[in-house]
Design a protein around this ligand. Structure first.
Ligand code: ADP
Ligand code: MG
Length: 728
């Protein structure tokens, strides 16, 4: 009998919270390990500083001489911070981050050693990258890809390594990572939104997208997590009977955070703050052992980097506290999974949030312009937005009555809805002075008041306006936010560009005043984007029917959701905005499909292992014991044993029936996997995995969970839900 489960339970029960110091005054330690503006001011010459600041503001190139200076300064600073190595830190299409460490070290002639790090090493590196997914962009003979410095995200010292955020591209210039398209999308939205913002304030020269993510996660005792193959290898439980107590009592949500978890969080927050991640809130989430962490929002590229860094820091700090963090979207059946809300807005270099109404009619019209254009963009490209959050693991969560449905819609609340309804009635062409005054004072002018009271939150909506930002709620907890942020900013950029063209045309050709032209175009957008607005219950069956009537997409699984990436419309969009070339987007689709296939394939194999090596042996062993009991009763009582052994016999049979079905289904799944693997076309293969392999998972699980309920607890080898979720 396997002792692993019981040893793990014993080990977990002996734990006590690690003593940790609170971060203390957060402002004092904040970003102390970051080569930010403050450090640059201290370490760089004026020329170098100006050059880097310009690169950050306008994307201008940094020349080699300056790069050498920056590298020298960075190295000097990093060494005082205890760094011995440096790495280009990048985001390959695996979804995680990658790094290859090089020592600050070189040999001079004569064997003298030197701490070396020059501009060349700062600006560009060539990791041996042939094993990262590229979707066929790099044939192995030209496997070279290179990483290049992204000066908009500051370098930082993590442990003893200077980490330099970089993009990762092929020698032929194609993006091989998640950061490059994001930067392009942010560039596109900057250009488009600045053009529109200038209608309202000529002084605006730059618009940045902002992102505030909210990271949900589970904390599980390390020994317990490691005692299960499925958690170790797939990040979730493939089998496991629900504990008698789940989240029914809602006693975890916003409850007192357990001591061991608090110790972990304190240390985590300290680490984050030092690295410049502005963490702010922490609380218990709905499910037992589930928590959430959220920072103050930041410029989107930086926020994405910070979220990726956070996930890495969490893993490391958790290990120290004998926890394992589960980032999987659905680690436990029957219990809420985890997401990562992406709060998004646009802000000008003059410090104005473009999705926040202001104190003058013009500022309110500006708000309305960005608000309506976002709605229109999402309406045009709802299916593409859905594709950006598709993954094998997120499929378990979207549309499960705890997360938004796979249908994209927008919640704006009834009061803002009324404002849009009124604007639909705006006169075509020139407006009378009375109408203008009426609009500015009584329609648009009322927005600030309305928003003060915009409390009717609808938690079922995948894309909700929450007063001064939109909140994208379908993003998975594991997802690299770069993906949804790339798509969202691209579609809004395209929309704002089209908007500007239309408004300019009305001003030039129809000699409308600027505000008249804006009202005219917005009126049409409001009319044509109505179907995307939905304030009702997103979890209801009626909404699925209604959405279908409205011709909104409802792609429930990843292979279906990814199709749209290469539609003619999407290719046009990516080309027009310069975000992704046809080669790049096709490669990305291929990579995502491959990832899906491998994910399901690995889970299938793990499940087969667990069934054959753990579940069946335990069930058979217990059944054999029961059989001995029946034989014993028969020996002693002869013909009279029947009444006495009936109960035992019925359990023997029940186990036998479940075993028979379990074996049948497991073998059938194995055969289905083999058949799916024969498919040559990646898309077909992914769909085959989805349609023909995945359905077995729940059936197999059903029998395993039945057996867990029948078999003697002492014989059951798999750590149970009640142990995983309630031992603190
Ligand atoms: P919630 O009820 O969803 O927790 P909060 O007001 O606390 O609402 O905000 C949630 C998240 O929204 C935070 O992470 C915050 O940083 C982010 N946020 C706030 N304003 C903006 C903005 N202008 N742009 C992007 N994110 C924002
Ligand atoms: Mg939120």
């Amino acid at each position: 009998m396997s002792r692993l489960r019981f040893d793990a339970i014993l080990e977990s029960q002996k734990r006590t919270p690690l003593p940790v110091e609170d971060a203390g005054r957060r402002s004092e330690i904040f970003a102390s390990n970051v080569f930010n503006d403050e450090r640059m001011l201290q370490y760089l010459t004026k020329d170098a500083l100006d050059s880097v600041r310009n690169a950050i503001l306008s994307g201008s190139k940094i020349n080699r001489k300056i790069a050498d200076q920056v590298a020298e300064a960075m190295k000097g600073w990093a060494i005082t911070m205890g760094a011995t190595h440096y790495t280009h830190w990048f985001q390959p299409l695996t979804g995680a981050t990658a790094e290859k460490h090089d020592a600050f070290f070189d040999l001079l002639d004569g064997g003298r050693a030197l701490e070396k790090f020059g501009g060349a090493q700062l600006v560009q590196q060539e990791p041996d990258a042939s094993s990262f997914p590229s979707g066929g962009i790099r044939n192995t003979f030209e496997a070279r890809g290179y990483t290049a410095w992204d000066p908009t995200s500051p370098a930082f010292v993590y442990g003893t390594t200077l980490c330099i955020p970089t993009v990762f591209v092929s020698y032929t210039g194609e993006a091989l990572d998640n950061k490059t398209p994001l930067l392009r999308a942010l560039n596109a939205i900057d250009e488009a939104a600045t053009g529109v913002a200038k209608y309202f304030d000529k002084n605006v020269v730059k618009v940045s997208a902002t992102l505030g993510w909210e990271q949900e996660y589970f904390l599980i005792d390390r020994a317990l997590a490691n005692s299960r193959t499925d958690i170790s290898l797939t990040g979730r439980t493939l089998i496991g009977n629900a504990a008698a107590k789940g989240q029914q009592l809602d006693d975890h949500y916003f409850g007192v955070i357990p001591n061991r978890a608090i110790a972990f969080m304190k240390e985590l927050e300290r680490e984050c703050l030092v690295l410049g991640i502005p963490v702010k809130t922490r609380h218990n989430e709905v499910a037992p052992n589930q928590f959430e962490l959220a920072p103050v929002f930041e410029e989107a590229n930086l926020a994405v980097d910070h979220n990726l860094l956070l996930m890495d820091v969490m893993d490391k700090v958790a290990a120290k506290h004998n926890f394992k963090v589960l980032f999987h979207e659905k680690p436990f059946e029957g219990i809420n999974g985890s997401g990562k809300h992406n709060n998004w807005s646009l802000t000008t270099d003059t410090g104005v949030n473009l999705l926040s109404p202001g104190s003058t009619p013009m500022k309110n019209l500006q708000f309305l312009t960005f608000f309506v254009n976002t709605i229109k963009a999402v309406d045009n490209y709802e299916e593409l937005l859905r594709s950006s959050i598709a993954s094998a693991s997120n499929d378990h969560r979207l549309g499960t009555n705890e997360a938004p449905p796979a249908i994209i819609s927008i919640f704006i609340g009834s009061q803002l809805g009324n404002v849009l309804d009124e604007l639909e009635g705006v006169t075509k062409g020139k407006l009378s002075p009375e109408e203008k005054t009426e609009l500015k004072l009584n329609v648009v002018g009322k927005i600030p008041e309305i928003l003060l009271d915009n409390t009717d939150r609808n938690r079922t909506s995948p894309f909700a306006f929450t007063g001064n930002k939109f909140e994208m709620r379908g993003v998975g907890s594991k997802t690299n936010c770069a993906k949804p942020m790339t798509i969202l900013n691209t579609i809004v950029a395209k929309q704002l560009r089209d908007f500007k063209k239309e408004v300019d045309a009305l001003i030039d050709k129809k000699s409308l005043k600027k505000d008249e032209a804006v009202f005219n175009v917005l009126r049409e957008y409001i009319k044509t984007s109505k179907r995307i607005r939905f304030d009702g219950d997103g979890y209801s069956v009626d909404w699925e029917k209604e959405a279908k009537r409205r011709k909104l997409s409802n792609n429930k699984n990843t292979p279906d959701a990814l199709k749209v990436l290469t539609s003619a419309e999407s290719l046009n969009l990516f080309q027009a905005t310069g975000v992704l070339s046809e080669t790049e987007i096709k490669a990305r689709q291929e990579v995502e499909l491959e990832a899906y296939i491998m994910h399901v394939q690995i889970e299938g194999r793990v499940l087969i292992d667990m069934v054959y090596n753990q579940v069946i042996p335990a069930a058979v062993e217990y059944q054999s014991r029961l059989i001995k009991n029946v034989i014993g009763l028969k020996e002693i009582y002869g013909a009279a044993h029947k009444g006495l052994s009936d109960t035992t016999a019925s359990i023997i049979e029940n186990i036998g029936e479940n075993l028979a079905e379990l074996k049948k289904k497991t073998d059938a799944m194995k055969a289905a996997i083999a058949r799916a693997d024969k498919q040559a076309d990646t898309h077909k293969k992914a769909s085959t995995y989805c349609d023909n392999v995945l359905p077995y998972f729940l059936e197999i699980r059903g029998h395993c969970d039945n057996l867990e309920q029948l078999v003697d607890d002492q014989l059951w080898p798999l750590t149970k839900y009640r142990e995983l979720l309630f031992i603190k």
